[in-house]
Write a protein that binds this ligand. Structure first.
Ligand SMILES: Cc1cc2nc3c(=O)[nH]c(=O)nc-3n(C[C@H](O)[C@H](O)[C@H](O)COP(=O)(O)OP(=O)(O)OC[C@H]3O[C@@H](n4cnc5c(N)ncnc54)[C@H](O)[C@@H]3O)c2cc1C
Length: 444
């Protein structure tokens, strides 16, 4: 049995490792178009921000580690076509320019996504960057160290834009953030929370512009010297764009079922609509366990989990993913923000009935040093009181309370059950009634 995997990052390498472990006699071959494998892009904002210095720390496992397990890995090899009838992949050797065809018994597509390049944002200027690959990170860091820019403009106020902003501020740069919509992080948090983020960013010295559309750059001598929007111009020494991603699926035939954005539609085993072809990660859909829909959530956590599930299925073990809750977290300067399940905006869009409460409380006893504010929002079914969403914002471990909520939602806990859940009380960490108990008890 020959298993061929296209793409050697989170989803692809998780699948390769699992498949080889379960079916050591099968041939497992990975074709990666770049020069690195097993790279965690999640470290990029912190690498460019100077939190650590060795970019190799973003590589989870080296090529040789996989080769020792018997997995064959070919770098600089790009899949340019797939023929599902002949069960063949066309592979382009990017060094020699030669193409050859490789037969498979089972195929996995793990080609990920690339930054969405809006026409207005594209530029050849040497100081305009995207931040997705290992090379992007090395290039940005080199620019920061050699050119010592003072002013940076980040375009896009989603998770990646906010994380990059933290990195740049850590280096002492003056930062401007431009966001098209009227909220930062509006995809994952409701307005009660996004207003806290906006206040935090402004108090932290970020020049924040909401509801502004970038039209392009003013360039001089091959460099962008200002970002032009529909409302003004912002001087810059560098620009990083973070406006979303698009799945890398254009090289595949039309016979694949896709979501609207081009992501491959897969079931809970990661199977596409074509026989013996699987997909996972940023190039594919993922099953949402509350709504039962197949949705697009380009996060490493799903690339790894679905990659592993696909690995099992490639090896002949039928296993299904229980489903995603859309759990995500981010640091907004000094605030920790975690979200799991559905937001109010999502419920309204999907016509899902819900009730919601928002509370502000304290994270711990007042007599122990460093008591902080903490905010929470909980969404639940008005009839059954089963919890369907939660958002927690605060400091000192606030984000991990969202993880507790993920467990509660996954197990269909009601607000009453949350109110009396046996959570820890210890003065340095909580109050007698832990914040999440309070959140459950106020949700009537
Ligand atoms: C700056 C940043 C921060 C992030 N932070 C977080 C975070 O905190 N938490 C989180 O959960 N997620 C985070 N993510 C998202 C996470 O990195 C992605 O979800 C994850 O990398 C997806 O893995 P993947 O294997 O599906 O795809 P990718 O990482 O996109 O990898 C796909 C691989 O396939 C290769 N490839 C593409 N086309 C072909 C082809 N035709 N032939 C051969 N090879 C091909 C590519 O070169 C690439 O190596 C972050 C992303 C970025 C950019």
């Amino acid at each position: 049995m020959r298993i061929v995997i296209i793409g050697g990052t989170a989803a692809g390498m998780s699948a390769a490792a699992k498949a080889k472990r379960l079916a050591p006699e099968d041939e497992v071959i990975v074709y990666e178009k770049g020069e690195v494998i097993s790279f965690g892009a999640c470290g990029l904002p912190y690498y460019i921000g100077g939190f650590f210095d060795d970019p190799q720390q973003m590589i989870a496992r080296q090529k040789t580690d996989f080769e020792k397990k018997g997995i064959k890995i070919f770098l600089n090899q790009e899949a340019t076509a797939v023929d599902p009838d002949r069960k063949e992949v066309t592979i382009l050797d990017r060094e020699s320019g030669k193409e050859n065809k490789v037969a498979y018994d089972r195929l996995m597509i793990a080609s990920g996504a690339r930054p969405l390049s809006l026409r207005a944002l594209a530029s050849e200027a040497a100081n305009v960057f995207v931040c997705k690959t290992y090379d992007d990170g090395v290039k940005i860091r080199k620019f920061l160290e050699q050119k010592k820019p003072q002013k940076a403009v980040v375009i896009g106020g989603g998770f990646i834009g906010i994380e990059i902003l933290e990195g740049l501020k850590h280096r002492g740069l003056e930062t401007t953030l431009i966001e098209l919509t009227d909220q930062v992080l509006g995809v994952s948090f409701d307005r009660e929370m996004t207003e806290l983020f906006e206040k935090e960013l402004r108090q932290g010295g970020v020049d924040l512009h909401l509801s502004e559309k970038v039209l392009g750059y003013r360039e001089e001598g091959g460099r962008a010297v200002a970002v032009k929007t529909d409302q003004g111009e912002y001087a810059c020494d560098m620009v990083i764009t973070a406006t979303g991603v698009v799945p890398n699926t254009e090289f595949l035939p039309q016979s694949f079922e896709r979501l609207e954005n081009g992501a491959l539609h897969v079931n809970r085993r990661g199977e596409t609509n074509l026989e013996n072809i699987y997909a996972a990660g940023d190039c594919a859909s993922v099953y949402q366990r509350i709504t039962g829909d197949d949705v697009y959530i380009p996060l490493a956590t799903y690339a790894n989990k679905m990659g592993r599930i696909v690995g099992e299925n490639l090896a002949g073990v039928k296993n299904e993913y229980e489903g995603a809750l859309g759990s995500t977290g981010v640091k907004v300067l000094s605030l920790e923000a975690g979200k799991t399940g559905l937001t109010a905006a999502e419920c309204e869009k999907l016509d899902i009935p819900y009730k919601a409460v928002v509370i502000k409380d304290k994270n711990q006893t007042d007599y122990y040093p460093n008591q902080e504010d903490i905010w929470g929002k909980i969404l639940y079914d008005p009839q059954t009181k089963v919890i369907i969403g939660a958002q927690i914002v605060g400091k000192n471990g606030a984000l991990l309370r969202a993880d507790v909520m993920a467990a509660a939602i996954a197990k269909k806990m009601t607000t009453d059950e949350l109110g009396f859940l046996d959570l820890i009380y210890a003065p340095p960490f909580s109050r007698t009634w832990e914040f999440l108990n309070v959140l459950g008890n106020v949700a009537k």
